[in-house]
Each structure stands twice: as C-alpha cells, then as structure tokens.
Design a protein around this ligand. Structure first.
Ligand SMILES: [Zn+2]
Length: 104
C-alpha cells in the first residue's frame, strides 16, 4: 500500500513529499514521508472517512496489517526542522553574542 496521490503534499520547510496523518492515539496531525519506508516506525492506513491515520509500530504490535503501509515520520528526516524556542542557541555556542540595539 501507499498513499493516494491526492494525499501527498510538500513539506513547507524542505519541499519533500509528505502526507498529513492523524495519530490514532490522540487525533493530532503528524507529517509522514509520502514514500513507504520499511525502516520507519509508524504504520499508516486510510480510514473509511478517507483520512489517513498513523500509529506507532511497537514491539507489542510490530506487524503491518492489510491496508497499512510502513512509513517514516517526516520529523525524523526533515533537514529543516522547526526552530527551537531558544532562538539562535546554536549560534550562541559558536561565538560571542552581543546584545543588539534592537533587543529590549
Ligand atoms: Zn521537511
């Protein structure tokens, strides 16, 4: 199985093809790489309502069931993940940071 083409969109940050899924655990939206990936740790399926649902593949439920495909969460491979709250923290570690006049 693989996602239907109308589900596939692109990551706003890196442009990779992804599909938006709802987590079966709590219904939150989660981006998953569009290409099936047998090294991924989630399984995606299309529900009867036409939406995609994602669940974590666990040791207790490792099997991929009919209608599901194995995939990789996009967070795991996105080269441009959302910035952390501590904006510029990595730059601060690289050198001297002086407070700019624009900071209050
Ligand atoms: Zn991305």
């Amino acid at each position: 199985m693989k996602p239907a083409s109308h589900h596939v969109t692109r990551c706003r940050r890196c442009g990779a093809p992804i599909v938006w899924c709802l987590t079966s655990a709590n219904g939150k939206r989660q981006p998953v790489n569009a290409a099936p990936d047998e090294t991924g740790n989630v399984a995606v399926m299309q529900g009867a309502d036409g939406l995609l649902y994602v669940r974590t593949v666990t040791a207790a439920r490792p099997e991929i069931r009919p209608g599901e495909w194995q995939a990789m969460p996009h967070h795991a491979t996105c080269p441009a993940p959302p910035p952390r709250r501590s904006n510029g923290g990595q730059r601060a570690a690289a050198g001297t940071v002086r407070p700019g006049p624009w900071q209050r």
